[in-house]
Design a protein around this ligand. Structure first.
Ligand code: SF4
Length: 367
């Protein structure tokens, strides 16, 4: 997939014969997730301006501020839209990423301009932090007949208060937005995605349980419509069911418009990796997540199981490279410093002990 970032220099000739495009408009975002920075989030840029640089030893994250260049974005948006109107026939997947696309005026202008036409071959994918207003998702649903499919990838690291800590958004619409999206038109799909870090891994069991529970809201009528779509078009069936699973084809047996969840194992910044945890905490996590897995095994589909087992393998066996391992003391200092600085700009009620288990908080205290 070719990435086109409109907030960076763009060479439109690079798109020749491209069939899958990831399009980034800008870094407008109202959240400041633990692992993100100002290059993706204006909320992070504001936090750093208000509270100062973090001055970490092993990562540039929060040691600099990415400047927003509206003129460059506008110039690139005109060039890209012009290219799109002439060449869209060759594109089968357009994945919009952010920042938070739903908050970007450039995203909505692009959608407004391109939706004057239809794209029966195009699977439109939008990655969002789910904090938008319901009217925005309605606007997309209203355009669904212009596309082969619309898939929303909703980023959520925990289905509880921990998400407000991990993603510093304090958006209470998230859960209702997810349910609302599950009631969308027959060619609109939803998948939840989390990033597994030293912080979010403590909520992984709840994330899995939440995905299972959400199936209640995945409209039954979508079972038939998805089945029809798959029989009518092998490419959509293949794409919709494999895009989260390393490109490997799996059996299209999952009902409803809620797609299998995806879990990204964070490797950068390394000081926020799960591998920072001492072995006894990793064993604790392994047993905790494995218990959730076994209790839900009959309700999990093959892609869910693969995703969870991949995570369990990582917790049990993954190691830092020798280079990173030798930096462990500096990374521990960064983790501690980050945790202290980060709490200065999030809701003061979100203390470590209100969000994380004692075993993790106690370990952080030892650093
Ligand atoms: S929602 Fe996405 S862009 Fe915004 S801070 Fe989080 S990871 Fe970064």
């Amino acid at each position: 997939m070719k990435t086109v970032a409109l907030n960076k220099e763009l060479n439109i000739d690079d798109l020749k014969n491209t069939t899958e495009i990831e399009l980034i408009f800008d870094n407008i975002c109202d959240m400041s997730c633990t692992y993100c920075d100002s290059s993706k989030s204006t909320a992070w840029a504001l936090n750093i301006r208000l509270n100062g640089f973090y001055n970490l030893e092993t990562s540039n994250l929060h040691n600099e501020i990415f400047e927003f260049n509206g003129e460059l974005i506008q110039k690139n948006l005109v060039n890209f839209t012009t290219w799109w109107l002439k060449n869209n026939n060759q594109v089968t997947v357009l994945k919009i990423n952010g920042g938070e696309p739903m908050l970007s005026q450039y995203f909505w202008r692009f959608i407004h301009n391109i939706s004057k036409f239809s794209y029966p071959q195009l699977n439109l994918i939008i990655v969002t932090g789910l904090s938008y207003s319901p009217s925005q998702i309605k606007r997309l649903h209203d355009l669904s007949d212009k596309f082969k499919s619309i898939q929303i990838i909703g980023s959520i690291d925990a289905p509880n208060g921990a998400n407000n800590f991990l993603r510093d958004g304090r958006h209470f619409k998230i859960m209702s937005n997810i349910k609302h999206m599950l009631g969308g038109p027959t060619n609109c799909f939803v998948a939840l995605q989390n990033v597994l870090s030293v912080f979010s891994i403590w909520s992984y069991g709840s994330f899995i349980e939440y995905n299972i529970k959400l199936r209640e809201y995945s409209s039954k009528s979508k079972l038939d419509s998805l089945d029809v779509l798959m029989r009518g078009s092998s490419s959509l069936g293949s794409y919709a069911l494999t895009s989260f699973n390393s490109g490997k084809r799996i059996d299209p047996i999952i009902p409803g418009n809620l797609r299998p969840f995806n879990s990204i194992i964070l490797t950068s910044p390394a000081f926020q990796s799960i591998l920072m945890l001492p072995i006894q905490l990793r064993e604790f996590l392994y047993e905790d997540i494995f218990a959730v897995y076994t209790s839900l095994e009959n309700e999990l589909f093959t892609p869910d199981k693969k995703t969870i087992i991949n995570c369990l393998d990582y917790i049990q066996s993954a190691k830092f490279s020798d280079n990173l391992e030798s930096s462990r003391p500096s990374m521990e200092r960064d983790l501690k410093k980050f945790t202290v600085e980060y709490q200065k700009h999030i809701d003061s009620s979100l203390t470590l002990s209100s969000v994380f288990p004692k075993i993790f908080v106690d370990w952080l205290d030892t650093i």
